[in-house]
Design a protein around this ligand. Structure first.
Ligand SMILES: N[C@@H](CCC[C@H](N)C(=O)O)C(=O)O
Length: 276
């Protein structure tokens, strides 16, 4: 199978973008892993696929695969790249798009300064819906890992996130604790793990160990989840600049029941073809 693709990134969270409307794709988990391999494939954190929508209101359907081959529900940085990709590939001339994902509808807006703003929907905090094993919903939960108890918060932004507050994100045990929380038995669908340092009511720093990938340079849904956790604990105001290793995302959330808005860049690196 010969595939045309674009290599893109959102703050260094990188993607292989595939147009599944004008080319026929037969993707298995193994083929996704081949594409994502940084030594023998194109290399990326996620493979993103554009498809025709299933519901009449939507402009497109957007599917997301982690580098480990698993299909997942949502990807914030990918959504911004998606908006740019469908314009560059002339699949649409629109600057405002309604896109179907496995997690529901996303609204994407291409801004005049080339950034993309995404309405990521309202966060879900009910443990069963995240999913996370807990008897009742709480702001924080104790989580035991190798005999040590950590304090986490749990949020779904369509995909599951655990967030830990840390004093110094540079010294956070992302590589050691990240995989243990990702595979913790209380998260039956595994989880993305964010390490969040609050700098002020308007600025924070974040590193994310992503489910199915490892630490990435940025995670859009992770930044939204971090905002929700920080805002619910009244540590930040409605607008937050989150510094990730790859750059800054601006996140806005005015509180429970409201959608989270994420704004940031989307960059095309090159277009290519690969035989799989
Ligand atoms: N990088 C993404 C999140 C991608 C999916 C995630 N690894 C998961 O398994 O849920 C983002 O920018 O949100």
């Amino acid at each position: 199978m010969r595939l045309k693709f674009s290599k893109m990134h959102g703050l260094g969270n990188d993607f292989v973008m595939l147009d599944g409307i004008s080319q026929r794709l037969k993707l298995s988990p193994e083929k996704i892993r081949q594409l994502a391999d940084r030594h023998t494939g194109v290399g990326c954190d996620q493979v993103l696929v554009v498809e025709s929508p299933r519901t009449p209101d939507a402009d497109f359907r957007y599917r997301i695969y982690n580098a480990d081959g698993g299909e997942v529900e949502n990807c914030g940085n990918g959504a911004r790249c998606f908006a740019r990709f469908v314009r560059e590939r002339r699949l649409t001339g629109k600057k405002q798009l309604l896109v179907e994902t496995a997690a529901g509808m996303l609204q994407l807006n291409l801004l005049d300064d080339d950034r993309v703003s995404v309405d990521m929907g309202a966060p879900v905090l009910e443990p069963q819906q995240i999913p996370f094993a807990a008897d009742i919903r709480a702001e924080t939960y104790p989580l035991e890992v190798d005999g040590e108890v950590f304090t986490i918060s749990a949020v779904s932004m369509g995909n599951p996130h655990a967030v830990l507050l840390v004093d110094d994100v540079d010294a956070a045990p992302v590589e050691e604790l990240g995989p243990k929380v990702e595979h913790h038995q209380r998260f039956p669908q595994r989880v993305n793990v964010g390490f969040l340092q609050i700098e002020s009511r308007a600025r924070a720093r974040l590193r994310v160990f992503e489910r199915g990938v490892g630490e990435t340079r940025a995670c859009g849904t992770g930044a939204c989840a971090a905002m929700v956790v920080a805002r619910l604990r009244d540590l930040v105001d409605d607008s937050l600049e989150i510094q990730l290793p790859g750059g800054i995302l601006t996140i806005h959330w005015s509180g429970p029941g409201q959608p989270v808005t994420m704004t940031g860049p989307a960059t095309t690196v090159y277009h290519g073809q690969i035989v799989l």
